[in-house]
Design a binder for this molecule. Structure first.
Ligand code: MSP
Length: 643
């Protein structure tokens, strides 16, 4: 088959619909969107697929907990997913659902084809199963008393004993090893490939691909007692969404995918099972699996069960979608786990976006307009410093292209920022505010050179911040016409065209208001108390108060309250306590999870907006009136008494 060069097919994992999307799901999706947009800039024909994984035990259990039928339960989340993706300018071409009729039919056909080929056989499975990961665990199930922990999520597994169809995964061991050997770039980063190779070398067992004890899924066409194992169902979405097996023309137009984005927790499914499934139906292998790390909050993986998930909708409202997209790409070195923090997000918005980039644009336009210049005109001959900027813009385009091809987004952004700093330095050293009267020609050169450099910057940053960069480009007289904008020509074209309108726009990036909500009433009371005479108590009174250190293990907002946060606190031997505190103005729930604080345990429990608070958290106000937790300098065992 001829090598396709002008199409680009990118996929995200399909998300379990047990809750609305969180920052981790957004992260996988933004990575794919940036790749899709960057390839559009190269005039490629792009297909970007995302969607939802709706079958399986995990979803069925979540539906049961919610008191809903599975179909009704999953349907309820789809609108939210699509809304969040829209809020974040995710430009997907197709949203696949594993409950789509076409997908279900295709998976049934896939099973029949494997049967015909002799790639699956019926037998009996006895072993362990991890429902949160929907994974069969390799360990032998000879001692049902001792359920092993899941190697991926560390949670307790459950025994499964049932008739099942096995896929002959073991028969693909050598072919898989040959695939990895022949394609060292099959997985980025390479270390993950090495892990996969050792796993496959250690010996592949046949894989159970049907369940008879669950009914929420795709039944085998000729043996409907058997429901397709959720991963056998879900992985196929990448081809069923293209119309496999009915529309093979479309399949061959797009497949193999150029990049499949996924998190490190699901590498084995994509790098071992998925290629073997494809080999079984004789389709080519995806070109690259981009495996990203986890977003951690307070050094723990952000996950629903830990109660530390970050809600993209809140971030979107408070900081704006492009700002969050930028932060995710800049801060998270794609191949490693990275820490998410609000302070850091705010710092990046303030420094990189508002100061370095937004100010540069603002200074340029304001100065030009102040001097009655509404069009930047390039001179016939540039001065040397402008030529340096032009030459460097050629280098930036090339370097960024290289980094994006290697999926090193944070490096691409650092490279662009190096250039932004160079442009800022140029503007500053030229002192155009002095030239305006002294040397109008030089003044115009500085305006035009800075403007042209900004065009290159704006286009290169468009895949990451589409809305903001379209505004920036508009302000320097350019409408992004994707089809015409070949990245290769960008740097030269920007400097060749003669005149461009300069338009004043609203501030591009607003600095986040640092949370300085001073509770003046509280401060007044504190000041008054300082002045009042001290009312001494005896030690016998003090020891009546049970003061202990505890760790906040989960934290959430409280409906109908703008002030309260509800925490679950591990107080060691004193057990787990639910404690409410009026600190919402100063903390997001995920700021607190994993932190230690001091708590009064024997305060009479009381109800606050319908929730019981079983104690009180000790806090102090700092000079800005911000609440500070009373945490030990170093971690101490939970339940340690304060004395
Ligand atoms: N349904 C499967 C994927 C099937 S693909 C054929 C699944 N779904 S998931 O909703 O649990 O996870 C989807 C993606 O979100 C995974 O790539 C996962 O790594 C990613 N993330 C979930 N939590 C994450 C973080 N805390 N940080 C970064 N990404 C994480 O697995």
């Amino acid at each position: 088959m001829t090598q396709k060069t002008n199409t680009f097919y990118v996929t995200t994992p399909i998300y379990y619909v047990t809750a609305k999307p969180h920052l981790g799901s957004l992260y996988s999706t933004v990575l794919a969107d940036v790749l899709a947009r960057f390839n559009k800039l190269q005039s490629k024909e792009v297909f970007f697929l995302t969607g939802t994984d709706e079958h399986g035990q995990k979803v069925a259990l979540a539906a049961k907990d919610a008191g809903k039928k599975p179909q009704e339960f999953v349907d309820g989340f789809i609108g939210t997913y699509k809304d969040v993706w829209k809020d974040y300018s995710i430009e997907y071409n197709h949203f696949v659902r594993t409950t789509d009729r076409q997908h279900k039919k295709a998976v049934q056909e896939w099973i029949e084809r494997l049967k015909e080929k002799g790639d699956i056989y019926k037998d009996f499975y006895t072993g362990w199963y991890c429902t949160p990961c929907e994974t069969f665990i390799a360990e032998k199930a000879d001692d049902t008393e001792k359920a092993p922990a899941c190697s991926s999520c560390d949670r307790r597994t459950a025994i499964v004993q049932e008739e099942t169809y096995f896929f002959r995964l073991s028969a693909y061991q050598d072919k898989l090893l040959a695939l990895y050997k022949g394609n060292p770039d099959f997985i980025a980063p390479r270390e993950r490939l090495n892990e996969v190779i050792s796993f496959v070398k250690s010996g592949l067992k046949d894989l159970s691909i049907s369940r008879t004890t669950i009914d929420w899924g795709i039944p085998f066409r000729n043996d409907p007692e058997h429901i397709a194992y959720v991963w056998a169902d879900a992985l196929n979405n990448y081809i069923t969404a293209l119309g496999w097996p009915e529309d093979m023309e479309k399949v061959h137009h797009w497949w193999p995918a150029n990049v499949q984005v996924l998190g490190k927790d699901i590498v084995r499914f994509h790098a071992v099972f998925w290629p073997a499934f494809l080999m079984a139906i004789e389709l080519p292998m995806p070109k690259k699996l981009l495996v990203h790390g986890w977003i951690n909050v307070n050094k723990q993986k952000m996950s629903k069960s830990l109660g530390n998930v970050v809600d993209p909708t809140i971030l979107h409202k408070k900081y704006g979608p492009d700002e969050v997209r930028y932060y995710l790409l800049k801060q998270m070195a794609v191949t490693h786990d990275s820490e998410f923090s609000i302070q850091d997000l705010e710092r990046h918005i303030e420094t990189d976006l508002a100061n370095d980039l937004g100010n540069l644009l603002n200074r340029l336009i304001t100065l030009a307009h102040k001097n009655k210049i509404t069009e930047a005109a390039s001179p016939a001959v540039w001065h040397q410093q402008a030529l340096d900027l032009r030459d460097e813009s050629l280098n930036v385009v090339q370097d960024v292209q290289g980094y994006i091809d290697d999926c090193l987004f944070h490096m691409a952004l650092s490279r662009i920022w190096k250039y932004i700093n160079q442009v800022n330095a140029y503007f500053h050293h030229q002192e155009p505010w002095k030239l305006a009267n002294q040397d109008p020609e030089q003044f115009m050169q500085v305006i035009a050179a800075t403007r042209n450099a900004l065009e290159v910057i704006g286009v290169l940053l468009w895949p990451v911040m589409p809305t903001k960069m379209e505004q920036l480009l508009l302000s320097i007289g350019m409408t992004l016409n994707i089809r015409d904008t070949l990245l290769a020509d960008l740097a030269l074209k920007a400097w060749q065209e003669k005149t461009h309108t300069l338009i004043k726009i609203n501030t591009l990036f607003k600095k986040p208001e640092m949370k300085k909500e001073v509770d003046s009433k509280q401060q007044e009371i504190a000041k008054k108390a300082d002045k009042e005479t001290i009312d001494y108590i005896g030690i016998e009174d003090l020891i009546k108060v049970q003061l202990v250190v505890g760790t906040i293990v989960a934290c959430e907002l409280v409906e109908k309250s703008e002030k309260l946060l509800k925490m679950q606190v591990d107080c060691g031997d004193y057990g787990k306590r639910q404690i409410l505190a009026g600190i919402r103005a100063f903390y997001e729930p995920y700021d607190l999870v994993g932190k230690q604080g001091s708590f009064v345990l024997n305060l009479k429990p009381r109800k606050m907006v319908g929730h019981e608070s079983q104690g009180m958290m000790l806090v102090a106000k700092d000079a800005d009136g911000k609440t500070q937790l009373m945490s030990p300098q170093q971690t101490v065992p939970n339940g340690t008494r304060l004395q």
